[in-house]
Design a protein around this ligand. Structure first.
Ligand code: IPM
Ligand code: MG
Length: 359
């Protein structure tokens, strides 16, 4: 039976980078027997303009039926003045929550060809390969109560709630341990257990799940220290597992160690391996429509989709090898350009990866 892929281009550079990723996916579909159906829908600002809301019912329905989702990016200046409850980002958060995509995998890998792009010294980042496992449907992002209320003295007070049930911590812990088992065998759980009761429980549950994985080395780190260690000696980490908000922050930090946020894909998975795949960078409205965006993170997100949701690891390898090849050949979009390399457009990069699939 053919697998259904829902494509959500979104805003800003979203449509451009998704077009290149689809080019790669469609080439594989036509060449080898990859039985997939592609459908497209609106999300984010594009959906607000067309329907009044960032996550139309039609999109949610298609997303629920799909086996996997490829998303570009959402957001842009023109929607920033809208109420926070109907901004483009709510489309993304709504999808994560409605589809129960609780496990967010964010690899931070340094491509040796791009070692110069890092702001850290080459020996600190050479060979960097960290997997950040971020809890994605709980914590302070979704906790109730939340809002802005008026105090007795007439002053306004903003509030959000950090909550985690044991079962939510357990399931993300299992994902982290499983992944570590297929990589370096080490999990570092990041919390703020010295201050926040909620993450004291987080640590306790991590240890409990860890007891069932004696082959995996579990360590714990406070989030402030983790931020420092990521910049000081990032290669000490294999898998990092953490809460929704800490993961949001640490994954941007880890991404920048590689010097190229335009290179990093992500997967957001439910219990059954259904997933949404997206580059970790944003919609970059300042360069949208100019043909200069880097499509590689989105193309690599397709590789993650093949690996985690479509059970086609060999095809995922092929895409990753093709990306390696175009980098070896010196092709660079402006964000990763350096001396002596060949600057190419978003489209030319997509074409080059497509051509390299067979090399
Ligand atoms: C991310 C983004 C989102 C988040 C925004 C766009 C809602 O920063 O995926 O990291 O905070 O989760
Ligand atoms: Mg973020």
């Amino acid at each position: 039976m053919s697998k259904k892929i829902l494509v959500l281009p979104g805003d800003g550079i979203g449509p451009e980078i998704v077009a290149e990723a689809i080019k790669v996916l469609a080439t594989l579909r036509d060449e080898v027997d990859l039985d997939i159906d592609l459908d497209e829908a609106l999300i984010g600002g594009a959906a607000i303009d067309a329907t009044g809301g960032p996550l139309p019912d039609a999109t949610l329905e298609l997303a629920k039926e799909a086996d996997a989702i490829l998303l570009g990016a959402v957001g842009g200046h023109q929607w920033e003045s809208l109420d926070i409850s109907i901004r483009p980002e709510k489309g993304l958060l709504g999808l994560r929550s409605e589809l129960n995509l609780f496990a967010n995998l964010r690899p931070a890998i340094l491509y040796p060809q791009l070692a110069d792009a890092s702001s850290l010294k080459a020996d600190i980042v050479a060979g960097l390969d960290i997997m950040i496992v971020r809890e994605l449907t709980g914590g302070i992002y979704f906790g109730q109560p939340r809002g802005v209320r008026e105090l007795d003295n007439g002053e306004r007070q903003g509030f959000n709630t950090l909550v985690y049930a044991e079962s939510e911590i357990e399931r993300i812990a299992r994902v982290a341990f499983d992944i570590a088992g297929k990589r370096g065998g080490r999990v570092c759980s990041v919390d703020k257990a010295n201050v926040l009761e909620c993450t004291e429980l987080w640590r306790e549950v991590m240890m409990k799940v860890g007891e069932g994985h004696p082959d995996i080395e579990l360590s714990h780190m406070y989030v402030d220290n983790a931020a420092m260690q990521l910049v000081k000696w990032p290669k000490q980490f294999d898998v990092m597992v953490t809460t929704n908000m800490f993961g949001d922050i640490l994954s941007d930090c880890a991404a920048m160690l590689t010097g190229s946020i335009g290179m990093l894909p992500s997967a957001s998975l439910d219990e059954n391996g259904k997933g949404m795949y997206e580059p970790i960078h944003g919609s970059a409205p300042d360069i949208a429509g100019q043909g200069v965006a880097n499509p590689l993170a989105t193309i690599l997100s397709v590789a993650m989709m093949l690996r985690y949701s479509l059970d086609e690891p060999a095809m995922a390898d092929r895409i990753e090898r093709a990306v390696d090849k175009v980098l070896d050949d010196g092709l660079r979009t402006p964000d990763i350009m350096s001396e002596g390399m060949t600057e190419v457009s978003c489209e030319a990069m997509g074409d080059a990866v497509t051509a390299a699939l067979n090399s």
